[in-house]
Design a protein around this ligand. Structure first.
Ligand SMILES: C[S@@+](CC[C@H](N)C(=O)[O-])C[C@H]1O[C@@H](n2cnc3c(N)ncnc32)[C@H](O)[C@@H]1O
Length: 201
């Protein structure tokens, strides 16, 4: 579904794509058989980077361990940058700095696609509640960061990028190219998390 979403946003074999917080290589594996552009997966976890490298060996796919909130790419060099379920675990200030450096790395017209936990989606409250309960009980709480649409619009204003789309998690909008593989029979699907698409002017 993440791969289909990127193609729907315009990904092509001429694209330079950075997958920030690539984790175990889930998206890279889905793209490996169909994407001939340049893919770079980054993550702070050396174990996950090693795993991703182990499952995707295509020449045009690279993985690097990173530190902090910066993008390992030159200015104006990237067509697509995606964060799937990554900003969901960072403070708003950290997400803003990450997005700021991502904008630096994007070509004009380049896009950022990120998924987020959305206050407008009642199903996402299930991610908020465990934090409330942990705090009530004086226990350590997970970092599940919720966002609202006006936060995204304000970020976009200060980052001087255009908001192309905000897709609600509850609405199916991704054309499902591989129903058998994804395990979802529907022709339109959703990630569950909401998705924001930004474009550099
Ligand atoms: C919930 S996982 C999602 C993994 C992957 N995007 C996916 O959809 O399967 C979040 C990932 O973000 C990574 N991460 C967290 N902070 C990061 C940072 N500052 N830079 C790069 N990766 C980060 C974590 O190590 C983890 O692999």
């Amino acid at each position: 579904m993440e791969a289909d979403l990127l193609y729907q946003c315009g990904l092509s074999d001429e694209s330079v794509l950075i997958d920030i917080g690539c984790g175990s290589g889930r998206l890279a594996l889905a793209l490996a058989s169909r994407f001939n552009g340049s893919y770079l997966g980054t993550d702070i976890s050396p174990e996950l980077i090693a795993h991703a490298r182990g499952i995707v060996e295509s020449k045009n796919f690279e993985f690097v361990e990173t530190v902090g909130l910066t993008i390992p790419a030159a200015n104006n060099s990237v067509d697509f940058a995606c964060f799937f379920s990554v900003l969901t675990h960072l403070r708003h200030e950290e997400s803003y700095l990450f997005l700021e450096d991502t904008v630096r790395s994007l070509k004009s017209g380049g896009k950022i696609i990120f998924s987020f936990l959305d206050f407008s989606q009642s199903s996402h409250w299930a991610q908020f509640e465990p934090i409330l309960n942990a705090l009530r009980d004086g226990k350590p709480s997970p970092v599940n960061q919720m966002m609202s649409h006006d936060t995204l619009c304000r970020f976009a204003e200060y980052l001087q990028v255009e908001v192309v789309a905000i897709h609600d998690g509850a609405t199916n909008y991704i054309v499902n190219s591989e129903p058998k593989i994804s395990g979802h029979e529907e022709s339109l699907v959703s990630l569950g998390q909401s998705v924001c698409v930004l474009r550099k002017r």
